[in-house]
Design a protein around this ligand. Structure first.
Ligand code: IFM
Length: 459
């Protein structure tokens, strides 16, 4: 017990999920197709051809999942609303049955004494909007604002904490540049236009949420701790490009009212020739926030792009701006992500140093690890590595708070094993195991550890 990190009174402990990853019921009650339905049903796009058609069947089993949350003792549950359940064609007709589902979920949570936290966009764009250009075009941001108004009008009286976008970096760059996420495009300029329109959509959604009078409004970014592969000038310059593309493209407009100073050296003519920015956009994007959501998992070791040719053996991922290389000498999770908890502290402390009082209070809206879980002879999952990961990252978070970063909450990713996007169901992030054949839920040791840690704060 004594090695539990300690947090101040009122600190929010939660668990997180997302609609397409857990709900299933993909064609039920009027839900329209999303880009992830199209992408996952395209041969070769996801591991084993996995789709979110059934996922954890949460759409039907949500009372059981809320019971698990209550037993866990969390203060808050972060879920996402599927835009194509609410506005199946992306614009126009609102689907009452879709709204009814979230209404039931929210009431179930409140009855269990759990505060709902809703994300409006966790990547399931209505396919009809992608067919009209997706996030490459400004119209999608306008449709996002309309959907936000509908959701906030129905749920805003009972959902106090709202997140406009989850990890827009993934939507823009994995979706429109690297092509590893839906819609699977491989464009340079399209990704930069998407990044901007996502931010415009965020700004328009903030206005709608303010008009609806909700208590707290924020956005969730997956900020990265980028480390140079060597001390060379070339690798340091690559880190700046990675910082620009992962972090500054979001934090500079959101928190400092400007575009990144390093954008030309990062994107060259792709950004200098752009015409998607309009007067007034920075004011719209930079409206004050009640909190910044941060998702953090691992550091990234970055090398200059020619490194890709020089040493392909160490390369784990590439982008056209830099190469990512493997960090030796540390444990890696089932995602092949290095585990270096102190980089979590460093990321938060650096963010505070850079933005000072312009940094709003922070909620860690995701943190967790995928591990090669096994069901033991006793029927249990003894996931000691996940327990260590959570303990060490919570300790690192506490260190950032001690260093002056105002952090108000922490949501473990994830409550349930779920559909890990292009990697399908093989990667298990849950603190509760899901047997996909039977939909049986089995709390893992990490669930029990997290429950005891939360209880210890209150004890
Ligand atoms: O599963 C994802 C989630 O949807 C967004 N953040 C990262 C998680 C793990 O990859």
């Amino acid at each position: 017990m004594s090695d539990f990190p300690r947090f101040p009174a009122g600190f929010v402990f939660g668990a997180a999920t997302a609609s397409y990853q857990i709900e299933g019921a993909a064609a039920e009650d009027g839900r329209g197709p999303s880009i992830w339905d199209t992408y996952s049903h395209t041969p070769g796009r996801t591991a084993n051809g996995d789709t979110g058609d059934v996922a954890c069947d949460h759409y039907h089993r949500y009372p059981e999942d809320v019971a698990l949350l209550r037993e866990l003792g969390v203060d808050s549950y972060r879920f996402s609303i599927a835009w194509p359940r609410i506005v199946p064609d992306g614009s126009g007709t609102v689907n009452a049955k879709g709204l009814d589902f979230y209404d039931r979920l929210v009431d179930e949570l409140l009855a269990a004494g759990i505060e709902p936290a809703a994300t409006l966009y966790h990547w399931d764009l209505p396919q009809a909007l992608e067919d009209r250009g997706g996030w490459r075009v400004r119209e999608t941001a306008e449709r996002f604002a309309e959907y936000t108004a509908v959701a906030a009008e129905r749920l805003g009286d009972r959902v106090p904490r709202w997140i406009t976008l989850n990890e827009p970096w993934c939507s823009a760059f994995l979706g429109y540049s690297v092509g590893r996420h839906a819609p699977g495009a491989r464009e340079g300029r399209g990704a930069l236009a998407a990044a901007h329109h996502l931010l415009v959509g965020h700004g328009l959604a903030v206005r709608e949420l303010r008009a609806a009078g909700v208590r707290e409004v924020g956005i969730t970014l997956n900020l990265d701790r980028n480390l140079p592969a060597s001390g060379s000038d070339a690798d340091r310059a690559a880190v700046l490009r990675a910082d620009t593309q992962h972090n500054l493209v979001w934090t500079e407009p959101l928190l400092a009212g400007r575009y990144p100073a390093s954008e030309e050296e990062t994107w060259g003519e792709l950004i200098t020739g752009q015409d998607f920015r309009r007067d007034g956009d920075l004011e719209l994007i930079g409206q004050p926030l009640d909190f910044l959501g941060i998702n953090y998992y691992r550091p990234i070791v970055v090398a200059d792009a020619p490194y890709r040719e020089a040493d392909p053996a160490r390369r784990v991922a590439t982008d056209n701006r830099y190469a990512e290389v493997r960090l030796e000498g540390v444990r890696h999770t089932a995602m092949n992500w290095p585990v270096v908890p102190e980089t979590f502290t460093d990321l938060l402390v650096d963010l505070k140093e850079r933005y000072g009082d312009a940094l709003p209070p922070v909620h860690i809206t995701e943190n967790g690890s995928a591990e090669a879980d096994e069901v033991g002879a006793d029927g249990a999952v003894h996931d000691a590595e996940r327990v260590a990961y959570l303990r060490d990252h919570l300790t690192a978070l506490r260190a950032a708070m001690d260093a002056g970063v105002d952090v108000r909450g922490y949501y473990v990713w994830s409550l349930l094993d779920n559909f890990e996007w292009a990697l399908g169901y093989d990667k298990r992030f849950g603190i509760v195991r899901v047997d996909y054949a039977t939909q049986r839920r089995t709390p893992k040791d990490s669930y029990r550890w997290y429950r005891a840690m939360i209880a210890a704060q209150r004890g």
